[in-house]
Design a protein around this ligand. Sequence first.
Ligand code: M6R
Length: 366
Amino acid sequence: EKGGFDHFMLKEIYEQPRSIKDCMRGRIYPKEGKVQLGGIKDYTEKLKNIDRIVIIACGTSWHAGLVGEYLIEEYARVPVEVEYASEFRYRNPIISEKDLVIAISQSGETADTMAAIELAKEKGATIFGICNVVGSSIPRITHAGVYTHAGPEIGVASTKAFTAQVTVLTLMALYIAQQRGSIHQGEMVKMLTELDEIPSLVEQCLKSNDTVLAISEKLKDSRNCLFLGRGSGFPVALEGALKLKEISYIHAEGYPAAEMKHGPIALIDEDMPVIFIATKNSSYEKVISNIQEVKARKGKVIAIVTEGDKEVKKMADYVIEIPDTNEAYLPLLATIPLQLLSYHIAVLRGCNVDQPRNLAKSVTVE
Ligand code: M6R
C-alpha cells in the first residue's frame, strides 16, 4: 500500500504532481480565464461585500493560511489576518457579519479549529472550510467550502495536503479577485495558464531528490537549523522548519530573512546550517545580502535557487535548483525539496518518519 516507497511520507511527497492536478480539476479554465468553485458559488454576492478575511488553522494548515494571505491580498485586494485557531478562540475576537472566516484543516477534525469556527459563527461571520477528508466534521459546521482532494494522507507530517491547501487558496484568491473585479481578464488567463503548468514543474522539483539526499548526509548530525525566506518564501521557511522538527527531532526555526539581524544572527557559527529560499523574485537581491551576512559569520548555507542561478551559487555551500515560475506559485515548488530534506535527514537519523513520537495525525484535544 506504500506503492513501492519505504514510507507513506515519501509516497505522498511523490504524489504531489497528481494531487495538485486533482485539486485543480474542473476548477480552472485557462483559455477562458475563469475559476469555478462549486462549493462556494452561492456566496459570490457575499464575496463582493466582505470587509476582511480571517484565516484560522493550526500547524501546517496555518502555514498554508500565511501563503493564502499573500495571494488574497495581492489579487483580491481584501485585508487578511491569519490566526492560530487556539489563540483566536481564547480571546474575544472582533468579528462581524462583514467578515469571511476561512478555516483550513487537512483532517477536518482539529478541536481548536472547530471551536474557533463555532465562535466566529456565533458572531455572525460567514465561514468557508478548506478540508481534505471528505465528510469530516469541519465541512459539516461551515457554511460552504472547497475540498482539497489530495487523497488520504497517512504520514503524520503533512505534505501533499499542504500543497493542495495552497492550491485551493490560490484558486480562492483568484475567484474572489474575479468576483470583485480586482484582476484583469488578461492577467487571469496568464495566471491560470501558469497554474496549469505547476503539476509538471512539481514533477521537475522531485528530480532534486539525489541532490537533496547528498545534502541531507551533510546535515544529519546538526543540532539546529535555521530556515529563512522573504515574502511568500517566509511561510515556506516556517513549513520547512516544522517538517524538520517533527520527524527528525532537530531543533529548527523559520524566520523572515530580514528579521535575522534582529536576533537570530547571534546564533550563527560554523555549526549552524541556514536554509534559504533564494529564488529569482522580487526579494532576490535582498536575500543575497542576507546570505552574505550568514557567510561572513561562517554559517553553512543551503539555498533553494531558480534553475540556472549563478549569483547565489557563488556564495552557497549547497544549492537545490527548482524551475522558474510566477512568483505567486513559488511556495508550491520551493516546498518540495524541503519536504525531501526533512524526510531524508529523518531516515538517516533512524527516526520513525510516518509516526513521529508524541504526535497524532489529527489533534482532537484542545
Ligand atoms: O488536520 P489539520 O490540518 O487541522 O491539522 C493541523 C495540524 O495539527 C497539522 O498540520 C500538524 O501540524 C502536522 N503534523 C504538520 O505536519
